[in-house]
Write a protein that binds this ligand. Sequence first.
Ligand code: URA
Length: 205
Amino acid sequence: VSEGEAPVPEDESLAALRAAAAGCRRCPLWKPATQTVFGEGPDDARVLVVGEQPGDAEDLSGRPFVGPAGKLFDRALEELGLERARFYVTNAVKHFKFERRGKVRLHRSPDPSERAACRIWFERELATIRPHVIVCLGAIAAKAVFGNKFRLMEERGVWQTLPDGIRAFATVHPSWVLRQRGDDARHEAYANFVDDLSLLRGVRL
Ligand code: URA
């Protein structure tokens, strides 16, 4: 562990991991961000959902997927009769990366070094929760789970089995759905998003 890197506890308790991640200095994203946004949900969840990184609302509240993307995700789960409280929800990168434009903070994609620096936290969450199923929201999450060769638009909505036996699939990021221009495109993107997530209907929770 080099100077500035938070020690990562080995004791596998989520509370200890969360506390250690709160002081993480492994990459420069901690500085402009308000706080680390760690995952949340039951520590024995069978389903783990992973997104990209917190957005503005998440950075301020300290909780994953509570802003517009999170609301869309909640709506999709509700339509499918799935309870988000049963899932452990987290992000591949735990600090909000942004660019200031006047009063607004615009999301910027985390670069490979930031993603690599943050990886330890996701790995420890996985080792602690040991989910049966992983759902990746968006390409950054999918690459964190399946590797950099993963092609989201070709492989979305299809079950894969990871080397450790965990079953996983990816779908688009809810922010991508919200960004589609025009009602038709947005409705279609949303319908396909819900269709991908309907794979969860067959999963024992
Ligand atoms: N987008 C993400 O990927 N994660 C969040 O927590 C919020 C928005």
